[in-house]
Each structure stands twice: as structure tokens, then as C-alpha cells.
Design a protein around this ligand. Structure first.
Ligand SMILES: CC(C)(COP(=O)(O)OP(=O)(O)OC[C@H]1O[C@@H](n2cnc3c(N)ncnc32)[C@H](O)[C@@H]1OP(=O)(O)O)[C@@H](O)C(=O)NCCC(=O)NCCS
Length: 329
């Protein structure tokens, strides 16, 4: 058993532009009613052409550092979970390190799609728990609207942009991260992917013509996987630290679809006020979704010191994860 590790500060950032369902009605054959009924999403944020993932990540990070009462120069490591890096390299984490002036920090990106923040949290915990590092910044940041096919009604109604950040460091024994669970099933990778633009299919005219540089998804299959995996993973993580669903003050689920969240909440027997939901205003922001939701719940005073939170998510890869946190430092 290493040191207890917890969240010392939180921050988030959303681009200003709001894209409503009515706006999307102008782009593809869909309706506000269909989108609300099938997904619970009413609007999402969209980054403008001058805003990249590192810009939102930097803003969220500055807010998290201020909340933790720490300076950028205190950071030992920056991890950015994203599938929409500014570019292949340098990593978005290195761009954020430069923006912040975090001169002592190592920096790398981590790609686990919508599970990216939970993967980042778990990796960061190992560094702090072992004593190797003191302060690690974990960011989930995305500009998914830039890899969204705005002619595909199956996907374009779902996604949005944003960033959320957490500063991790040592906390009192008994508080902080109590358990983490991570999983992956690469056999399902084809269910949710962006096939073009990488080394398998470098960008060329054919890739562009076939729109392979955009998100492709088998929505129905992903839906079933999500409901099954999220509930099981949350319960397994709770069992890992000797707790059960009655111990949970609040669930902070990945915000992909209101119906998925409701199904998971039912399986866990949680009341409406115990489940953080902002998908109606953010859409699915992939790696940014859990830290955005956590930051909003934190700012709204939805939980207090010593409350038990369960963060749970799933995403492309396929990947999934859950963290159980006893709040407080
Ligand atoms: C995408 C999703 C909302 C679709 O909802 P669904 O209830 O599964 O709907 P289906 O895929 O069965 O499609 C039903 C019909 O609606 C149509 N449809 C799809 N998108 C539509 C849209 N935006 N507007 C209107 N109709 C639409 C389909 O073409 C289909 O029509 P058909 O029956 O004539 O073929 C849902 O499957 C989902 O949320 N899946 C998970 C996706 C996800 O979370 N991805 C990110 C993971 S991190």
C-alpha cells in the first residue's frame, strides 16, 4: 500500500458557441424531438476554427491549479487523455506544458477514447502513490466536432467539445482514490473508430472522398456494450474497496446518452439526485465528459468531504473503467 492519493483541485472549460438540435436540423435529416428522445441531448458546445484541444485543456488546467492552490511549476507530470490531439506530434500534453509554463513537468498523451480520463487518473495515481511524483495533472480534452461527419445523422447529433482537469496529489489516509478498474476489448474496436488519417490509411484523396477521416459508429452495438459494462465495472470497483451501491453518494458517469445513464442508474438502484447528468447541455465530449461532469457537480456543492463518488465510463477501443473516490484531502 502506497500513499493515499486524491483530487486536490478541479477545473473545466467549454467553448462559447452553442450548437442546438434546431441548428443540426438544418444540416441533416433529423429532429429535435428524435435527438432528445433517443439521447437526451439538447445542445452541445463547438470550438471555433481558431480553437484546438490544447487551448481548452490549458484553460481547464489553469482553473484546476487555481482550485488546488498550486503553481504550474509545482507539477511533476501532465497527462492528457484525448482522441483529438492538436496534431500527431508533439503531444497535446507538451503543448499544455508550454502554455502553462510547467517547466518541471514531464508530459504525455494517453489514448483510451471516452475512458481516457479514467485511464489517466489510474496512471497518475500510481506515480503519486509510489512517491515517485508529488503532483500530477490529469486532463480530458476534446474537440470532437472537428472529426465529426456533419453529413452523417447517426453520429453528428451526439458529440461536443470541452475539457476537464484534475490535480492529483497526496491526501489523508482513508480519503482519495479507493479503487480503480480498467478494461479493454480490442475485438470491438471496429464498432467505434476513425479509420482514416493514420498509418493504416494515410490521408489521401480516396480517404477524403469516402469520408474515412471522420468518426464511424455502430450505435446500437455500442449502446448494449455500454449499459452492460458500466454497471458491472462500477460494482466491481466498489467491491474492490469493500463497499457496495449503498455506500455511493454520487455517480459521475460518462455522458454519452441519457438512456445509457438511466439504465446504469437503475441497475445500481440510485435516486435521480445521486446521478450527475449534463449530457443535455454538453453532448458526448469523450475524454472530457467525466471531468466536466465532476467539476460541475463539485461547483454545485452536490457532495461533501468523505462522500463516496463513483466515476464510470466506456468508449472506443473498446475500453472502460471506474474509480471510487472518497472525497476530501
Ligand atoms: C446512436 C443512438 C442514439 C441511436 O439510437 P437507437 O435507438 O439505437 O437507434 P437506431 O440506431 O436503432 O436507429 C433507429 C432509426 O433511427 C434513425 N436515425 C439515426 N440517427 C437519426 C437521427 N439523428 N435523426 C433521426 N433518425 C435517426 C436510423 O436511421 C434508424 O432508422 P431505420 O430504423 O429506418 O434504419 C444510440 O444507439 C446510442 O446512443 N448508442 C451509443 C452511442 C455512443 O454512446 N457512442 C459513444 C460511445 S463513447
Amino acid at each position: 500500500m502506497g500513499r493515499a492519493v486524491g483530487i486536490l483541485g478541479l477545473g473545466s472549460a467549454l467553448p462559447e458557441q452553442i450548437l442546438t438540435n434546431r441548428d443540426i436540423e438544418q444540416m441533416v435529416d433529423t429532429t429535435d424531438e428524435w435527438i432528445v428522445a433517443r439521447t437526451g441531448i439538447r445542445e452541445r458546445r463547438r470550438a471555433d476554427e481558431n480553437t484546438a484541444t490544447s487551448d481548452l485543456a490549458t484553460l481547464a488546467a489553469e482553473r484546476a491549479l487555481a482550485d488546488a492552490n498550486l503553481a504550474a511549476s509545482d507539477l511533476d507530470l501532465i497527462i492528457v487523455g484525448t482522441v483529438t490531439p492538436d496534431m500527431f506530434f508533439p503531444s497535446t500534453a507538451c503543448l499544455v506544458q508550454s502554455n502553462l509554463g510547467a517547466t518541471r513537468a514531464a508530459a504525455f498523451d494517453l489514448e483510451a477514447a471516452c475512458s481516457g480520463f479514467l485511464y489517466g487518473l489510474t496512471v497518475a495515481q500510481q506515480f503519486v502513490s509510489s512517491g515517485f511524483y508529488q503532483y500530477v495533472l490529469v486532463i480530458g480534452a476534446e474537440t470532437l466536432t472537428k472529426i465529426t461527419d456533419w453529413t452523417d445523422r447517426n453520429t453528428c447529433v451526439l458529440f461536443g467539445d470541452g475539457a476537464g482537469a484534475a490535480v492529483l496529489g497526496p491526501v489523508s489516509q482513508g480519503r482519495g482514490i479507493l479503487a480503480n478498474r480498467l478494461g479493454a476489448d480490442g475485438n470491438g474496436g471496429y464498432l467505434l473508430h476513425m479509420p482514416g488519417g493514420g498509418s493504416r490509411m494515410p490521408v489521401n484523396q480516396e480517404v477524403l472522398d469516402q469520408r474515412l477521416h471522420y468518426i464511424k459508429m455502430a450505435g446500437n452495438e455500442v449502446f448494449k456494450f455500454a449499459v452492460r459494462t458500466m454497471a458491472n465495472t462500477a460494482l466491481a470497483a466498489l467491491a474492490d474497496c469493500g463497499l457496495n451501491k449503498d455506500s455511493v453518494r454520487m455517480l459521475i458517469p460518462h455522458q454519452a446518452n441519457r438512456r445509457i445513464i438511466d439504465a446504469v442508474s437503475r441497475k445500481l438502484g440510485l435516486a435521480a439526485e445521486q446521478v450527475m447528468i449534463n449530457v443535455d447541455r454538453t453532448g458526448n465530449t469523450s475524454a472530457a465528459s467525466i471531468p466536466l461532469a465532476l467539476d460541475e457537480a463539485y461547483r454545485n456543492g452536490c457532495f461533501a468531504d468523505d462522500d463516496v463518488l463513483v466515476l464510470v465510463g466506456f468508449g472506443g477501443g473498446l475500453t472502460w473503467g471506474a474509480s471510487v473516490i472518497r472525497w476530501g484531502v
